[in-house]
Design a protein around this ligand. Sequence first.
Ligand code: KIV
Ligand code: ZN
Length: 511
Amino acid sequence: MNDRLYIFDTTLRDGEQSPGASMSKDEKLRIARQLEKLGVDVIEAGFAAASPGDAGAIHAIAETIRGSTICSLARANERDIHAAGGAIKPAKSGRIHTFIATSPIHMEKKLRMQPDQVLEAAVKAVKLALEYTDDVEFSAEDAVRSEMDFLVRIFDEVIKAGAKTINVPDTVGYSIPALWGERMKQLIEQVPNAGTVIWSTHCHNDLGMAVANSLAAVLNGARQVECTINGLGERAGNASLEEVVMAVRTRRDVFNCDTRIDATQIVPASKLVSTITGYPVQPNKAIVGANAFAHESGIHQDGVLKHRETYEIMRAEDVGWHANRLSLGKLSGRNAFKTKLAELGIVLDGEEALNSAFARFKELADKKREIFDEDLQALVSEEVATTQPERFKLVSMKVCSETGETPHAQLVFTDEGAEKHASGLGSGPVDAAFKALESVVNSGADLLLYSVNNITSGTDAQGEVTVRLSHDGRVVNGQGADTDIVVASAKAYLHALNKLHRKNERAHPQV
Ligand code: KIV
Ligand code: ZN
């Protein structure tokens, strides 16, 4: 059996389907560059037919990335395949991933199609996709609840039509490892010419088993895993890339296969995705959580000090922890700063953006003893946000918080360039700042989530705040970073309001 396991990353497609995680083209490009550095085999860059923005982002990624295959998702219909084919055109290596649902419940209730019609659409889609690229993947959506005989029939036909990768998704996260492994094994045994294609698995995490199910499929012959950074994704998420990769690497004795992932890029990728999407990583998350390598109990600490392997099965530095100390300091010049950005795969739009990012770097270096790559990523995220034409911008703020007194915030911000003054009281300084802003903006948005994370360690670390707002069925995440978390909170709130405003403009464009 082939000992190479292919990693298909769908952070930019299934991951983006998490509420509020939608990304701009530039943000997607930054993540794609990091995925390329990480060594993923396939980047599913989006769903071209979903919107012109999605198609544009896939096209830009296809133009830029040379080290990974760039893929677009497409339903099994002509319009989607043409959109996907156009979007991946500039790629050095491009793939179309076409799918159709195969379970009785999806075919009858959602598609309102007979199985024979589904089969015909699948074969037609694969043949049409082959006109754009010879790398075509077919997925049987909701394979977990599909009948085995029908799966065997449809996979047989799409392989004959020319599909090179056959993906078996647990779309609703319903399976358990023993059953999922068995399903993969039976498919490989029963589908004619199964040995001529790569078998792939795509698992959702509704019962918390996406990684376990993916690994069971690998043990039974799957050689591609579809996954996302930090397990981001629709509902409870997808299988987490870092957990799959490190499981097969750490237990090579069990899996007998490995990926070409450069594991030292895992933590930087995790931090970047978290910064850009506003989805924090829980501290006890395997591999990339802040506590993943922290030993709290005295017995464990003693053991690790005597012999690391007593309690550690992986080395923190091998997955990219502690690897990011920036050698730039407050006295570093603009060139060194530019070189470091390039090393991180960050390209700023023009000299003006670089100068302004450099000025922010200097400001930060004045406040913070050590600056890490993650600080730079957060700084650039803010830089990109502020160079876009944004409706609201923070100018300054003052917050009074004293034991026994009601916290009071005063803010100055601009609304389409016009200066506004806001003041408000709240149960705490953050609440006061948000109430002050709302008293002037009156957005009517609901606050769904507020979270603060330290970007790096130490009391001088920048706090990264995520604010999730919803309005009229639209959900957005705003981020802000600052060494003062109340300032970071106000920035995050205004960032979220700007995103809501942009979404509103797209939904109701001004004539
Ligand atoms: O979960 C799923 O079934 C999917 C398919 C499009 C592969 O995301
Ligand atoms: Zn999915």
